[in-house]
Design a protein around this ligand. Sequence first.
Ligand SMILES: Cc1cc2nc3c(=O)[nH]c(=O)nc-3n(C[C@H](O)[C@H](O)[C@H](O)COP(=O)(O)OP(=O)(O)OC[C@H]3O[C@@H](n4cnc5c(N)ncnc54)[C@H](O)[C@@H]3O)c2cc1C
Length: 436
Amino acid sequence: MSRKKILVIGAGLAGLSAARHLERNGIACTVLEKEREPGGLCRSKEVRGFTFDCDGHLLHFKHPSSFALVNRLLKGNLKEHRRSAWVYSYGRFCRYPFQANLYGLPPSVVKECLLGLMERPPAMSRRSKTQETFLHWTLRTFGRGIARHFMVPYNTKFWTLPLRDLTCEWLQEVVPVPSVPQIVEGTLRPSRKQYGYNARFWYPRQGGIQQLPAALAKDAGDIRTGCRVVGIDPRTKTVTLSSGAKERYDCLIATAPLPEMAGLIKGMPLKVRRLCGQLRWNSIYNINLGLDRGNDLKAHWVYFPQKDTRFFRVGFFDNISRTLAPEGKSALYVEAAYSRGRPIEKKSFARCIRKDLEKIGLLRHGEKIVASDINDIQYGYPIYDIRYAAARNALLRYLEGHTIFPAGRYGWWRYFSMEDAILDGMRAAKAVRAHV
Ligand SMILES: Cc1cc2nc3c(=O)[nH]c(=O)nc-3n(C[C@H](O)[C@H](O)[C@H](O)COP(=O)(O)OP(=O)(O)OC[C@H]3O[C@@H](n4cnc5c(N)ncnc54)[C@H](O)[C@@H]3O)c2cc1C
């Protein structure tokens, strides 16, 4: 074992994966986690016989090697699913993605979507393409009809800001882009083709998503829960915990949110500190509900683009795994987004959500909720606006210059999946190995 002292802030997937990688390569490390248990966003809760994840957490893989790793960690307790995802629009359910499944929508909506497709603005020059806004990309890719009836209302609700303020850096495989013939075909009949990165997904056959961090934690060395890091002094290479205790380090892997570094790092120059203030994010208000009846809808999840519902998505735990709800009962997860610029009234929010669910028929009027759980996720999705890239890159450079290795969805500040977070933890661990 190396004698160097490695500290990891955060026992989410990224921190655990980094620690596991180091331990397996003979480098001992200590993971400091502020919560009472490891897992970060991938924790699950048992409530009256239901297993509630912290919002929906489904696995998808870009790399066969990460599938193999997760499958090994979960000892084969992994089931593959073919996505059943829907969009609720104009009082009806149509298949996801909206842009490839216009069939069944009101004729005037279909007509507007097709006309918009024919009248799309031209592509931009390669140079100006790098500065293209998400709004412009949407109009240029799908036309004004699909933009008006799905892309703009859905994404405005989700990102909580006008789409002209978003860049296209996060798009990659997140937004499916069917061809024009595929869009036209989708007006004639429901599309059989599955689009997008999550057309197939995996989930534990038994139990909630917490099994994944729990399996990683077994080999991740010394994990100290209830240890919040409240200060980092890069000069003396020490961190301070909320208890007042200090820990020395040679290398520090930080999966805590990048915007919080301004408050944590002692002696951070004002110029760098200001960059933290330029980063923006949305927050997710997740309500999980257990019902005393089976589920009529066979969907995994449904998107809600329209303004008359406060949530942007509702998913169905028991359709993902029967083991998440007791026999004869069902459970759903509701997701709504908010931010500093678009706050929500938290006191009355659950009541408003219930009304919206009743309006759509996902809850029966006056129906008894037998189990519930709320997760107010402060850091939901990093917002890719015009200042994102410059601020983030300069902050990462500053941290790396001070032997702090940022990692994970919030440390590295990217729209990461669980697979990405695990891989990013390994990337950070390899960088530490190269350093010590
Ligand atoms: C609403 C939502 C839904 C998602 N759904 C999916 C999905 O379906 N599929 C998918 O692949 N991905 C999904 N993701 C992404 C996935 O959750 C993340 O990529 C992954 O869990 C991130 O792991 P992490 O370790 O980087 O961060 P985290 O899980 O946030 O872990 C960071 C840890 O650091 C701890 N910490 C922070 N600050 C301190 C401090 N000062 N001191 C000590 N500890 C600290 C935190 O308590 C936390 O445990 C979703 C994300 C969100 C927000």
